[in-house]
Design a binder for this molecule. Structure first.
Ligand code: SAM
Length: 718
């Protein structure tokens, strides 16, 4: 893990006859584009020959359409480079993919030295035949920050997951099963360290019976490694000047020996050395009809419904209020941004990944609520204003630590965040800022505000397969084993009201009901805390409309929306009072005074009539470690019985793998950051439910897993 989160060193390119060459590796990204046969450039021909044809993709995808399976297809590539292989695969997928809306192509690619945005554009310019998917890729290409980056291209039914960092660090963190491998990544002669035993171990772990591979090289080390990983390896005719290449399939039945190594038969239980048994989560094999019930119609519930509906699931949302988003997701507006500090830990890593994903997610949403003039979001930029003290903290961390903790610009490209001067900050927001207390100013150019209730309604409106049952409280959930022999298999989960009457049934259930998430027998151990928050708003005026960006100070102040400025929010753990309090409105307003006195004055300052304030109180749901609680629900009795030796220092390897309630998930405890965290958390839940590649590294999935609380308790002897 130590090197997992290092600053990214972008690719250094030189151009030979229009072809990019890596200065770091001294090798070409693809064959020269000078030669054109039948109107097709050599780079594309090579990709088609080596990767598409030798993995038999066209036939396999046509077959996929015929068998009408719900699952899609997963390609894992070593070395994303210019994305040429990805785009060729995307083009073929577009031509041959099944019409079934639930089947997506997952393309996972690792990259140690990603191309800069402009080099990517320049490299792909020479392939006009790939323009369509290339434009989508260039538009959504992520900033060069380390870690996993999820890019969804719904119009193509493609999910691209880019793992930025050294493959030796990123691949062990991947939860996936490949259908095909594209082994690229420069020749072993030029890039010996990549083609290591560890890589072949990971290929073995991430493959299943029938997984295929192909690679441009015929090097002995690759042939040996792939055989060692259990693949049948065939030498085939190479492309162009290359005589040979390799391809093959994972042996399904044979347990064989190669040299000194015993190759074990592949099975889905193969573990990473670092896997902790209790965090090994199950495949969701119980799903028959692909029906889901979600309890709760706030941000967590509706984003999850949207993610599942995109995959062809039939979703029912049960909401206890008359409308969606009436509790903590009901505030008129919230800020979509992330806090940056010098620490590297699961919290900052999760919130960084979820922030970057939330930005691309929101940009795929319509600006206005469908068939309405109401504005859903605005990426007007966010200015984070901080005091000297906070930045000192970051500097201290930097001084003490390795490169994994550098702050901010070595990990954070300017496209994500810019350190700006006091004058620049004033210009950006349009108001004077307090020079005596504020010393540091960070500008997030793509961040902004979102109206959560409108986003929730938009998500439902965009999907045909989401049904809402409102004014419906759920009292209990019950699992029943499915009777065999039924023509239409029944669903496992029954959702009941307080009279024990069944409201509905479904294959899976997701609890997204905030503080109510631990009201059920299956989840009653979850430590969910309530934190009161009151937001205030004051009327705009002709001066205040000059506010151009969101200001995040001790609280936050938004540009006017529907003629009012939202100012938030109080943070009051243990305070249960639902009524709006004038003193809280005044305290929110007072925080603005400290940060932006001119704006405060222009809004009326100390003389503002109290009648002008409006307020709204809500209760956020927070976990003790400030991370959301996202994942399958552990079987508490099993955990308590099987892992009770944990407080006696017994090593983890003697324990059996965890047991989880089949098809039951939680998506809870997003605190005050739901706008940022829920879109990615929803993808995590949908990927668990659909047995898909996970968009987060395994150690972050573990940090979100609800079982963490049971394990922590057991370790302390509780
Ligand atoms: N598939 C690419 C395409 O379609 O353009 C070409 C890949 S290029 C031949 C090889 C890529 O592997 C380079 O972008 C290089 O930075 C990357 N690479 C090399 N060593 C790596 C490592 N240890 N971890 C991750 N990526 C690596």
């Amino acid at each position: 893990m130590s090197s997992y989160y290092q600053a990214i060193e972008p690719a250094k390119l030189e151009w030979k006859d229009g072809t990019p060459v890596s200065k770091i590796f001294g090798d070409v990204y693809f064959s020269s584009t000078q030669s054109v046969t039948e109107g097709i450039k050599e780079g594309i021909q090579e990709c088609r020959h080596v990767f598409l044809e030798k993995n038999n993709l066209e036939q396999r995808w046509q077959q996929l359409a015929k068998i009408n399976t719900a699952s899609g297809f997963t390609i894992i590539e070593t070395g994303f480079g210019t994305g040429l292989n990805f785009l060729c695969a995307a083009q073929l997928w577009q031509k041959t993919r099944p019409n079934n809306s639930s089947q997506w192509l997952e393309f996972v690619s690792t990259e140690k030295h990603p191309l800069t945005h402009s080099d990517l554009g320049k490299s792909l310019q020479q392939f006009p035949e790939l323009n369509g998917p290339a434009e989508l890729l260039i538009k959504q290409y992520p900033p060069l920050t380390p870690g996993f980056h999820l890019i969804k291209l719904p119009s193509l039914k493609i999910k691209l997951l880019l793992l930025f960092g050294d493959i030796k660090d990123t691949l062990p963190q991947l939860t996936a099963k490949a259908d095909a491998w594209f082994l690229d990544g420069f020749s072993p002669a030029k890039n010996q360290s990549m083609w290591s035993t560890d890589l072949f171990k990971q290929i073995s772990r991430l493959s299943k019976p029938g997984t295929s591979f192909s690679t441009f090289t015929a090097a002995g080390v690759v042939k040996k490694g792939m055989r060692w990983a259990g693949f049948e390896v065939i030498k085939s005719d190479g492309f162009g000047r290359k005589r040979d290449m390799l391809c093959g399939t994972l042996n399904t039945t044979v347990e064989s020996k190669h040299g000194q190594q015993t190759v074990e038969k592949k099975n889905p239980d193969q573990l990473n050395a670092a896997d902790t048994p209790w965090f090994i989560t199950p495949d969701n094999s119980a799903t028959k009809n692909r029906t889901a019930t979600i309890i709760g119609g706030g941000l967590a519930g509706t984003t999850t419904a949207y993610s599942l509906a995109q995959r062809g699931w039939q979703v029912t949302i049960l909401e206890r209020h008359a409308e969606l988003a009436e509790e903590a997701s009901g505030n008129p507006a919230g800020v979509l941004y992330t806090k940056i500090n010098g620490e590297r830990n699961p919290q900052t890593e999760f919130y960084t990944s979820s922030y970057l994903y939330a930005l691309s997610f929101i940009q795929q949403m319509p600006r206005h609520l469908p068939s309405s003039r109401q504005v859903v979001w605005d990426n007007c930029g966010v200015l984070q204003l901080s005091s000297q003290e906070k930045i000192n903290l970051a500097k201290t961390t930097k001084a003490k630590s390795d490169s994994a903790n550098r702050f901010p610009n070595e990990l954070w490209p300017e496209s994500v965040v810019q350190a700006v001067s006091h004058e620049q900050a004033e210009k950006l927001c349009g108001f004077g800022l307090n020079k005596s207390t504020l010393q540091n100013f960070l500008f997030f150019p793509n961040a902004g505000w979102v109206c959560p209730p409108l986003l929730c309604r938009t998500l439902v409106k965009l999907s045909d397969n989401i049904n809402i049952i409102s004014n419906q409280e759920v009292a209990s959930i019950e699992y029943r084993p499915v009777e065999s022999g039924l023509a239409q298999p029944a669903s496992h989960w029954l959702l009941k009201d307080s009279n024990k009457k069944t409201i509905c049934s479904s294959d899976i259930v997701i609890l997204a009901n905030s503080l109510g998430g631990n009201q059920f027998n299956q989840t009653n151990y979850l430590p969910l805390h309530s934190v009161r928050g009151q937001v205030s708003s004051v009327p705009e005026n002709e001066n205040s409309i000059a506010l151009k960006t969101v200001l995040c100070h001790e609280g936050y102040t938004l540009p006017a929306i529907n003629h009012r400025h939202c100012i938030g929010a109080t943070f009051q753990p243990r305070d249960k009072q639902p009524e709006v309090r004038m003193e809280d409105n005044l305290s929110n307003f007072e925080k603005l005074k400290h940060a932006a006195p001119d704006l405060y004055q222009s809004l009326g300052g100390d003389k503002l009539d109290k009648k002008n304030f409006q307020g709204r109180t809500a209760f956020r749901c927070q976990s003790p470690d400030y991370l959301p609680v996202v994942g399958p629900v552990p079987d508490k009795d099993f955990f308590m019985a099987m892992y009770k030796g944990l407080n006696q220092g017994q090593t983890k390897t003697i324990y059996p793998r965890g047991r989880y309630h089949s098809g039951l998930y939680v998506n809870l405890a997003h605190g005050s950051r739901g706008l940022t965290s829920t879109p990615l958390a929803a993808e995590v839940i949908a990927s668990y439910a659909n047995n898909e590649t996970q968009a987060l590294p395994k150690h972050i999935l573990d940090a979100l897993n609800p079982a963490r609380f049971l394990i922590r308790g057991l370790k302390k002897g509780r």
